[in-house]
Ligand binder design. Sequence first.
Ligand SMILES: NC(=O)c1ccc[n+]([C@@H]2O[C@H](COP(=O)([O-])OP(=O)(O)OC[C@H]3O[C@@H](n4cnc5c(N)ncnc54)[C@H](OP(=O)(O)O)[C@@H]3O)[C@@H](O)[C@H]2O)c1
Length: 267
Amino acid sequence: MTPFAQRYGSWAIVTGASDGTGREFARAIAAQGINCILVARRHAPLEALAEEIHARNGVDCRTVTVDLSTPRATDTIGAAAAGLEVGLLVINAGADPHGSRFLDKDAGAWLDLSQRNVTTTLECCHRFARPMRERGRGGLLLVNSGACYGGGSFMAVYSASKAFMLCLAESLWAELRGDGVDVLTLVLGKTDTPAYRALLARNGAPVPDQMASPAEVAEVGLARLRDGPIYNWGQSNDVAGYAPNSPDARRDRILMVDRFSRSTFGG
Ligand SMILES: NC(=O)c1ccc[n+]([C@@H]2O[C@H](COP(=O)([O-])OP(=O)(O)OC[C@H]3O[C@@H](n4cnc5c(N)ncnc54)[C@H](OP(=O)(O)O)[C@@H]3O)[C@@H](O)[C@H]2O)c1
């Protein structure tokens, strides 16, 4: 058994495992000999991934077809994980599928985003981290976005939900670091996923030149799990990055992000 599997086995849960970074997290975790519970809405790609990683790595897989924006999602995942020792939780699904101004969508769309990124994330961390604390080992990896550091147009609820995730991860890191449970929020920039490409296409925006690869994101994220609470993708530890705190600096940052958002989404 690898040291990684000793610390985070014997089962991992990966949300949003049917494509992009989630699929790569599952592949990388399975390569360490850890069994996987794969979660997303589409059944077929989850089953294909389960077969692939079982054949390649010999690990067991369970698939959970569920919409994380629905109130019973955590119970559905919990039922699939009943009786299993879950040592690693990767909250990966969490992008904004809309790229829209707050008032240009029905409130229901934002409530769904909030339910998935805030409520289901909170519930899953609570449910699966408790047994980790009792066992004295485990890991929580919350995939985040530079949007967590402040708002901007076209990202009101997305950035708010990611800010929640940032503070949750920082707090859990502080609370659990003496209990053998590692907590990391992995703050990503532009990453070449099907969801991001679909968002760009829907908005008629060009595909950026430089994007992180999902496989690299998964590899680096898992390697950084013991160095929480935050890793800002592609940045050294001593760079404050997206996170200045004075009101002037935050205003400048919002306007900088705003220029990026407007060039991507128009208006
Ligand atoms: N891509 C980027 O440029 C970028 C930049 C910054 C941060 N991030 C972060 O990276 C993470 C992954 O992003 P991503 O671009 O791959 O898009 P994503 O939509 O967060 O992830 C795609 C995966 O999540 C699943 N999923 C989405 N909504 C779901 C729901 N309501 N219920 C269950 N499963 C759901 C999708 O499968 P189904 O369709 O089968 O459900 C798919 O497996 C997110 O947390 C995002 O915020 C991404």
